[in-house]
Design a protein around this ligand. Structure first.
Ligand SMILES: *Cc1c(COP(=O)(O)O)cnc(C)c1O
Length: 364
């Protein structure tokens, strides 16, 4: 089979080298004669794996000592609930910035759990003749009490990324499901970072949570035990049986990242990949992207064909060329190329060649 490049937004492609190693180890892990998914999470072998994976992630993201790393169930949306559950208490309030579909969904879940009065929702996207950009409000001098401010630095569906840091007097909670480990960030600026694993880390179901210690000393606790950050912390993320195979694969992805030069090296490649693709979109007059340059996502590149009646032909021909899952999210339509860490530059080059060729055959 010739090369297939998978541009799916999630679950997304994993590094080829990791998949090859995992397939070799699938039925016989470390010479044990059984799969890693068939052993106890409390065995010394798995305990070694789990702490190694955490150590690796800490190193990659330069996580300060006063932060806990938790491996939890329930993906990204599980954390929409867990954050409210753990931090809101009986009469807390929170601020939610909305920059696209995922932050909107997070705010809706918060309203559902805490009530509309408790959630201050702020739309931060401005639309200038159909071109979207993010305009962050100033939080200076605001003395309202919020337990936290929630935002989503990379909107997977809309292709909108916020590169600016948020300056505010409240702990910042960030949904980094689709851009964690894609560029350098300063963890100490955040109260809590979470990410569903299936974009940049591993299989779906697993969620990574990085939380500052002092936020776990609040008097309130989650009502739900499996969402309780303190129980997760006190039980080394093994209050109930963790998603062990997902944890194993996440650890392998972290090792791969370390071997390929870490987050700095990844950021350089990611920047080059995104530039190459946006440059193709901008230069041909055949495709368009509706996000202002400063907020164009490096992970999820959305684009439209000027003549949308060609959408089906585009997708069909792309697939025949081994370029799969380019269809945009059903809510926003158009096309989307997700180019997470695991997507090599060659995949982007192959897509650009195809897009140039398609444009020349169908119009210009
Ligand atoms: C995919 C995604 C989610 C949802 O993740 P699930 O694991 O499906 O719950 C949440 N936020 C962002 C930014 C995402 O990209």
């Amino acid at each position: 089979m010739s090369a297939v490049y998978n541009f799916c937004a999630g679950p997304a492609m994993l590094p080829k080298a990791v998949m090859a190693k995992a397939s070799q180890e699938f039925v016989d892990w470390q010479g044990m004669g059984v799969s890693v998914m068939e052993i106890s999470h409390r065995s010394k072998e798995f305990m070694a794996l789990s702490s190694e994976a955490e150590a690796s992630l800490r190193k990659l993201m330069d996580v300060p000592d006063n932060y806990r790393v938790l491996f939890m169930h329930g993906g990204g949306r599980g954390q929409f609930s867990a954050v409210v559950n753990n931090f809101m208490g009986n009469n807390g309030r929170a601020k939610y910035l909305v920059s696209g579909q995922w932050s909107k969904a997070a705010a809706e879940e918060a309203v559902k759990l805490a009530g509309a009065d408790a959630i201050d929702v702020v739309d931060v996207v401005s639309d200038d003749n159909g071109v979207k950009s993010v305009v962050l409000p100033s939080f200076e001098g605001q003395d309202d009490e919020y337990r936290y401010l929630h935002y989503c630095p990379n909107e997977t569906v809309d292709g909108i990324e916020i590169f600016e840091d948020i300056d505010c007097p409240w702990p910042v909670v960030a949904d980094m499901s689709s851009n964690i480990l894609s560029r350098k960030i300063d963890v100490s600026r955040y109260g809590l970072i979470y990410a569903g694993a299936q974009k940049n880390i591993g299989p779906s179901g697993l969620a990574i949570v990085i939380v500052r210690d002092d936020l776990l000393n609040l008097p309130t606790l989650s009502q739900s035990s499996i969402m309780d950050y303190r129980l997760a912390r006190d039980n080394d993320s093994m209050y109930n049986t963790p998603p062990t195979y997902a944890w194993y694969l996440a650890g392998e992805v972290f090792k791969w990242l370390e071997q390929t030069g870490g987050v700095d090296a990844m950021e350089q490649v990611n920047t080059a990949k995104a530039e190459r693709l946006y440059q193709c979109i901008d230069s041909l007059g055949f495709y368009g992207n509706k996000v202002a340059a400063a907020n164009r996502s490096r992970m999820n590149v959305t684009f439209q064909l000027a003549d949308e009646s060609l959408n089906e032909a585009f997708l069909k021909e792309a697939e025949a060329s081994g370029l799969v899952a380019l269809k945009g999210h059903r809510i926003v339509g158009g096309m989307r190329a997700s180019i997470y860490n695991a997507m090599p530059m060659e995949g982007v080059e192959a897509l650009v060649s195809f897009m140039e060729d398609f444009a020349s055959r169908h119009g210009n």
